[in-house]
Design a protein around this ligand. Structure first.
Ligand code: APR
Length: 261
């Protein structure tokens, strides 16, 4: 795959990239949607009908994310390395609500489905960092209103965040990579179609198994993300003569040797 190092890389990630960090996916055998019903815990109607049940669902997931054994894995770390090393820039568009990309060192991350470690006030609209349980007595740190805090998560039937920025990046990128997503939920599942319609970019799927959109991709690599993603990143960086880090050290070596004889 001949890529210009000046081209933007957009990486769409799903629950599969965090599976080996110990966070459950949604549609695999032990997935969350086999234990919980979406219409009872992940819709605005569910929150209006039984807010305590919805808050408890996200409290359990937040506690799980904050468990000491849950850490970024080799796939998250490889994407952060790619961002540090790729001249054209890397944008991670994630469907995940965990913070493992950020903890791995990725700085350009768009959470299109929201973030588990944030809460939003329905009274004033403020979005606040939130690392403890949310309940019906929770007070908004911005306006002080009690009992009007909700998870800063995009529920089914709500509009995902950052769609304009994502569309602009899809139109500009020269490589689109999907990692660890079943491609069952739109609009994320349709991003590969948008990229192909614009005709500029190579498209690659890195997944445990073929997704619902695997036929749309130019290239596919299957296996656990902690193996497949680092290998793909190494391949990309080898194409441009190693990472900027390595290129930088090569320049330093040449300088320390002095002018070639
Ligand atoms: N390595 C790579 N891929 C994996 C791994 C792994 N270790 N484990 C699972 N996968 C793959 C599965 O094969 C599947 O294709 O990750 C994908 C997970 O699919 P889903 O559980 O459907 O998760 P996701 O695609 O992120 O769901 C999208 O749906 O319910 C909503 O808001 C929720 O953001 C979520 C969206």
């Amino acid at each position: 795959m001949r890529l210009s190092p000046e081209g933007l890389i957009v990486v769409l990630t799903g629950a599969g990239i965090s599976a080996e960090s110990g966070l459950r996916t949604f549609r695999d055998q032990d997935g969350l949607w086999y234990e919980f019903r979406i219409e009872e815990v992940a819709t605005p109607e569910a929150f209006a009908r039984d807010p305590a049940k919805v808050l408890d669902f996200y409290n359990q997931r937040r506690r799980g994310l904050l468990a000491p054994e849950v850490r970024p894995n080799a796939a998250h770390l490889a994407l952060a390395r790619l961002e540090r090393s790729w001249p054209g820039g890397v944008l991670v568009v994630t469907q995940n609500v965990d913070d493992l990309h950020e903890r791995a060192g990725s700085r350009r991350v768009l959470h299109m489905h929201g973030e588990l470690l944030k809460a939003r006030c329905l009274a004033c609209g403020a979005v606040c960092e939130w690392r403890r349980d949310l309940d019906l007595e929770s007070r908004c740190p911005a306006c002080g209103t009690v009992g009007r805090m909700r998870p800063h998560i995009v529920w089914f039937g709500e509009i995902p965040f950052h769609l304009e920025d994502i569309e602009e990046a899809l139109a500009r990128c020269t490589l689109f990579v999907a990692v660890g997503t079943s491609a069952e939920v739109y609009p994320a599942a349709g991003f590969v179609d948008r990229v192909k319609a614009l005709g500029r970019a190579c498209t690659v799927e890195l997944n445990l198994e073929p997704s619902a959109k695997s036929h749309c991709f130019d290239d596919r690599r299957y296996g656990p993300a902690t193996r497949v993603v680092p290998a793909f990143v190494e391949e990309l960086l080898a194409e441009i003569g190693g990472s900027r880090e390595q290129q930088g050290s090569a320049v330093r070596d040449r300088r320390s040797r002095g002018p070639d004889r």
